[in-house]
Design a protein around this ligand. Structure first.
Ligand SMILES: *Cc1c(COP(=O)(O)O)cnc(C)c1O
Length: 425
């Protein structure tokens, strides 16, 4: 028995499924999850001492790679001054100021501890602000695990083939209206019919929880126009795309000003930190100023703020995103070249530091396209890549992430491994 197998067996004694978040259990791809002992730069080492080039990066946060010395130093320094106060600190102001500077759509921002809290709170705020109940979301988009958002959600829910979750009251789900992604006609029809009842529309502006599917230009423009025309709040869920696809996030790439934005993952630099913010008139409805309640014992935690601030200050340096975008595009181009050379259904696409790998001849545009990809073939590819020392997300429905620590040699080695693996499949 390998150490990974021993640990997985031991973990299942007292942890449901042996994991603290479902996709980690390898349920979709099968086999034994790797228990990680250490990370450094672009690499992780498992409990058996096997090294992998890591394209998960803790599901996106580790844009500087594992254990960036300046981030570690900032966290250590903050820890020596106190782990948590449950009271305001000066560094929170620096982070809020920086977020408002980097994202013009954010006039006021509140820090929370997870992406789920950010989206859940943004939706409550949008409902409180508009006095309406209905929420529009899209098939295959994942916005965390709050009740009203677990309707046709992506990520682990796609992995397990559940369009929804048990335990979500029908009455709650009834207020969530689900539409196909990138379908402008469906969006127009829904707003024409129910526009006056819609509090908010929430979207992953580049969907990364049904593999990677970018929103089309027409779709992006329609979401902004329809919400504006009908007095609904446009919420960009940039928990994954925020500071991952560019310094101005997906809204910068789209040239769109959302009403509210949710941030997570990169913004916390690997620590539990997320945020939601936007128009000052909407944010003024939040307690203690307004009637919409939202709170958190560890919100604005000093260690998390230190990691987030340090990470943002490093990634805002000139040229950072040009280099990351080019490096990620290099990986996607290499994968596409392999697919072409071997004349096999294998394609890739990237946006900033995010990429998708698809077992299909062309990149998917919708949830239906994603579901049509060959999942069994992905699972075989995934395990063979693990054998080659490359750690991809353990599911055909998750985006991949490149960090600033990935070298040309890492990218070349990954492309070469993919070619060997696809030849053997
Ligand atoms: C990861 C993610 C979330 C949930 O964030 P957690 O920190 O896991 O709660 C929400 N929305 C999107 C788009 C995400 O990728």
């Amino acid at each position: 028995m390998s150490r990974n197998e021993e640990l997985f067996a031991a973990a299942q004694r007292h942890i449901p499924g042996g994991v603290n978040s479902p996709v980690r259990a390898f349920g979709s791809v099968g086999g034994t999850p790797r228990f990680f002992a250490k990370g450094e730069g672009a690499y992780v080492w498992d409990a058996d001492g096997q090294r992998y080039i890591d394209y998960v990066g803790s599901w996106g946060p580790l844009i500087l790679g594992h254990c960036h010395p300046q981030v570690i130093e900032a966290v250590e320094k903050a820890a020596r001054n106190g782990m948590s106060f449950g009271a305001p600190t000066a560094a929170e102001i620096d982070l809020a100021d920086l977020l408002c500077e980097l994202l013009p759509s954010i006039e006021q921002v509140r820090l929370v501890s997870s992406g789920t809290e950010a989206t859940m709170s943004a939706i409550r705020l949008a409902r409180g602000y508009t006095g309406r109940d209905k929420l529009v979301k899209f098939e295959g988009c994942y916005h965390g695990h709050a009740d009203s958002l677990l309707v046709k959600a992506g990520s682990g829910l796609l992995t397990f083939g559940n369009p929804s979750s048990a335990g979500v009251p029908a009455a709650v789900a009834a207020d969530t209206l689900v539409l196909p992604y990138n379908d402008v006609a469906a969006l127009e029809a829904l707003f024409a019919e129910q526009g006056a009842a819609i509090a908010a529309l929430i979207v992953e502006p580049v969907a990364g929880n049904m593999n990677l599917v970018p929103a089309s230009k027409e779709f992006v423009a329609a979401m902004r126009k329809l919400t504006q025309d009908h007095g609904a709040v446009l919420i960009y869920d940039e928990v994954m795309t925020g500071f991952r696809v560019g310094l101005g996030c997906a809204q910068g790439l789209h040239g769109i000003t959302p009403d509210l934005t949710c941030l997570g993952k990169v913004v916390g630099g690997g620590m539990p930190l997320a945020a939601f913010g936007g128009r000052a008139d909407i944010m003024a409805k939040l307690a203690p100023l307004g009637p919409v309640y939202q709170a958190g014992t560890l919100s604005g935690n000093p260690l998390a703020v230190a990691a987030g601030l340090t990470t943002l200050n490093l990634i805002r340096q000139p040229g950072f995103f040009d280099a990351l975008t080019a490096r990620t595009a290099q990986l996607a181009a290499g994968f596409n070249a392999v697919g072409k050379e071997l004349n096999t259904a294998f394609t890739a696409h990237s946006v900033g530091g995010m990429f998708g790998v698809y077992m299909s001849a062309t990149a998917p545009q919708s949830y239906a396209d994603v579901m049509a990809c060959d999942r069994a073939r992905f699972n075989a590819f995934f395990h063979a890549m693990l054998g080659e020392g490359v750690y991809l997300a353990p599911s055909a429905f998750e985006a991949g992430f490149v960090s600033a620590a990935h070298s040309d040699a890492d990218i070349a080695a990954t492309i070469a491994a993919a070619k060997r693996v696809l030849l053997a499949l």
